[in-house]
Design a protein around this ligand. Structure first.
Ligand code: GLA
Length: 527
């Protein structure tokens, strides 16, 4: 076995990358031999993991050969290069192998469960987890030479008149999803008031798909034994159901994608009663170039429209190829404009900073999608979650909660069901936010609202509490300004000047009437 220089760099990078994903998924690998029969692991396995540089998905492949209890094979890394395995063993469901040689080698150890392999390695006292998914088709079998449709503009499907609202399994659950859990989430969305606050779509993300049969029909996997039954259940609760697929041969988690089966899948989804499709680029990058994206998405957009069922079409290609300029023409109702959101403040702030300038692309039926909400997932403060929710409302973003509604705290519920903030998000004007001042880490924004009033936002991006003083020119104002605080739910009069203490990463959000003007001057003070 040989490993060249780029292979060594790659292994160091593996070490760095391994720290990032799946840290919280509780994998335990034990090494006892219980004399169980080993599963057959020969085949191609996918490790998909977020790219720490831009949040897109990186895909590495592990080609595994099993000979009795011996494991050999190689890893293909996303940045190129192939690295062989050594010392591979499988005993019962427990597997281990070493990738590379010498100091830079990495030992993977864990368990196999059908099409999934959960591996771990320990580094600097930390257990780092990696999940592999067995691929449904070999990469070498990918069909090529596709004729893509001629570019045209599909008609508007009449959906998503305001930014779609709902829930999606991915941010909180990743692959730990099944029919029972989704039904539980639906019940919780009804009893908590989420449904009545507008969260209508219940979206199953990656990990529902099973095999495609000889007739080309896709089936759900054993975790979703009756997709039509689940859709009926959701519909009976007055809600709608969403699914997920990829224009490539595989989804980001290695399940079968819709490539060459767009019409088949659209018909299957419509037959099950699906109301929303998230269509994630993932492995499409192996068979198409970015320049093909518009035609590739148009293909599924047309297939969905052909079914005659109203299905919200959600494009997910991380904002590449200026998607907001053509998303609605391929039948899209929303299109991701960012890499994957993370449950931390710098991700939320980074997304806000990259998104407010392109919010003018929003209009009835077609929305920029800065990714789903992380509110309630535990790694930010309540203050930061309030700010996250407020900023998404200022962007007129789809509000797709990504938490576990079955166990949500009262404060998470209070944020997600704040109907006054939701009304800013859903406002029919969908106006872009306008920055009117910025000083001392405090930004002041306004968003014109239908009916002539506007929302006024003070945002403290800094790490310290700030005092904000906003002054109005009272001579021009005939009556005192009556304002509404959308987080404390109180009306109050602004007597020419407003003072507000903003905690670090905090906001103050007001709704002002048509008669009011924005403040004339804003000053901020350290506290
Ligand atoms: C990509 C998407 C995520 C999620 C995962 C599922 O990373 O951007 O939103 O759908 O794939 O594999």
């Amino acid at each position: 076995m040989r490993i060249n220089m780029s292979g060594q760099i790659a292994l160091v990078l593996i070490g760095v990358l391994l720290v990032l994903p799946y840290q919280s998924q509780g994998l335990v690998a034990r090494s006892s031999d219980r004399g169980e029969k080993s599963p057959n692991v020969t085949g191609r396995w996918l490790w998909s993991h977020p790219n720490p540089n831009d949040g897109t998905t990186l895909m590495s492949y592990f080609e595994i050969n099993q000979n009795g209890s011996l494991i050999s094979g190689h890893a293909e890394l996303p940045w190129g290069g192939t690295t062989e395995f050594a010392y591979g063993r499988i005993s019962g469901s427990e597997i281990s192998f070493r990738v590379g040689t010498g100091k830079s080698s990495v030992v993977f150890r864990g368990t196999v469960d059908g099409m999934k392999m959960r591996l771990a390695r320990t580094e600097a006292g930390k257990t780092i987890q990696v999940k592999l998914s067995k691929l449904a088709a070999e990469k070498s079998n990918y069909p090529t030479g596709e004729t893509l449709p001629v570019i045209r503009s599909l008609p508007y499907n009449g959906l998503a008149v305001t930014p779609p609202m709902g829930w999606n399994a991915w941010n909180h659950f990743h692959d730990f999803i099944n029919d029972r859990m989704v039904r539980g989430v639906v019940e919780a969305m009804v009893s908590s008031g989420m449904r009545d606050a507008g969260y209508i779509y219940v979206n199953i993300d990656d990990e529902w798909a099973g095999e495609r049969d000889d007739k080309g029909i896709i089936h759900s996997n054993r975790n979703f034994p009756d997709m039509k039954g689940l859709a009926d259940f959701v519909h009976n609760k007055g809600m709608k159901i969403g699914l997920y697929s990829s224009p490539g041969p595989q989804t980001c988690e290695g399940h079968v994608g819709s490539m060459h089966h767009e019409d088949d899948d659209a018909r299957t989804f419509a037959g099950w009663g699906i109301d929303y499709l998230k269509y994630d680029w993932c492995s499409a990058s192996f068979v198409y170039s970015d320049k093909d994206m518009r035609a590739v998405y148009q293909k599924m957009g047309a297939a969905l429209q052909k079914t005659g069922r109203p299905i919200v079409f959600s494009l997910c290609q991380y904002g590449r190829e200026n998607v907001s300029t053509w998303g609605s023409q391929v039948g899209g109702n929303l299109w991701r404009t960012t890499p994957d959101v993370q449950d931390n403040w710098s991700s939320v702030l980074g997304i806000w900073e990259s998104q407010h300038a392109i919010a003018s692309a929003n209009s009835r039926g077609g929305w920029n999608d800065p990714d789903m909400l992380e509110v309630g997932n535990g790694k930010m403060s309540q203050q930061e979650y309030r700010t996250h929710f407020t900023l998404w409302a200022f962007l007129s973003a789809p509000l797709i909660s990504g938490n576990d509604p079955r166990s949500m705290s009262p404060s998470t519920r209070e944020i997600l069901t704040n109907h006054e903030v939701i009304s800013i998000d859903q406002d029919s004007l969908a106006a872009e936010p306008l920055r009117i001042a910025q000083s001392g880490g405090v930004e002041t924004w306004m968003k014109p609202l239908s009916g002539g009033g506007f929302a006024l936002l003070f945002l403290n991006t800094g790490n310290h509490e700030r005092l904000v003083k906003a002054a109005w020119n009272t001579r021009e104002t005939e009556a005192p300004i009556e304002a509404r605080d959308l987080w404390s739910h109180k009306n109050f009069i602004i007597p020419g000047q407003l003072e507000a203490v903003l905690p670090s990463h905090g906001v103050k959000l007001l709704r002002l009437p048509k008669s009011a003007k924005p403040p004339m001057s804003i000053s901020t003070f350290g506290k």
